[in-house]
Design a protein around this ligand. Structure first.
Ligand code: GDP
Length: 138
């Protein structure tokens, strides 16, 4: 099924000059980019984005991290793209991620794991609408 998902190159990925590397991997895997921009979230905006994690012990820390510097946000589109992109990213904890995945290769911490990807169609819709209007999606 043709789907959309939201991808973020997190502040650690941007500051470590991994934008090109992540995009190269997306293109090599035939995950089509249909929208892209660089943003810097406020703490409040990061809290809104990660509202599903409100109350969890890492909520404060991850929202501080996500608002600590610029991020690249992208919409990806294609068949089964949510699952395909999650596979390319690897598990949340990079130590458990499959070899060759973005997180296994580049993450330095369970929090500083370089990339975000929506985990369901419902979350993808919320996350895409959080950053993009329909006019900005090619
Ligand atoms: P994801 O969908 O694989 O990104 O994982 P989650 O939705 O569970 O968590 C969202 C983000 O919060 C992760 O990508 C990490 O950046 C961060 N995170 C998750 N678990 C932990 C944790 O136990 N400690 C800390 N500090 N951050 C975490």
């Amino acid at each position: 099924m043709k789907e959309r998902t939201l991808s973020i190159i997190k502040p650690d990925g941007v500051s470590r000059d991994l934008i090109g590397e992540v995009i190269r991997r997306l293109e090599a895997a035939d995950l089509k980019i249909t929208a892209m921009k660089m943003i810097k979230m406020t703490k409040e905006q990061a809290k809104g984005f990660y509202r599903v994690h409100e109350g969890k012990p890492f909520y404060e820390s991850v929202t501080r991290f996500m608002s600590s510097g610029p991020c690249v946000v992208m919409v990806l589109e294609g068949e089964d793209v949510i699952k395909r992109y999650r596979k390319l990213m690897g598990a949340t904890n990079y130590k458990e991620a499959e070899p060759g995945t973005i997180r296994r290769e580049f993450a330095t911490d369970i929090e500083k794991n370089v990339v975000h990807g929506s985990d369901s169609q419902e979350n993808a819709l919320f996350e895409i609408n959080y950053f993009f209007s329909e006019l900005e999606i090619a």
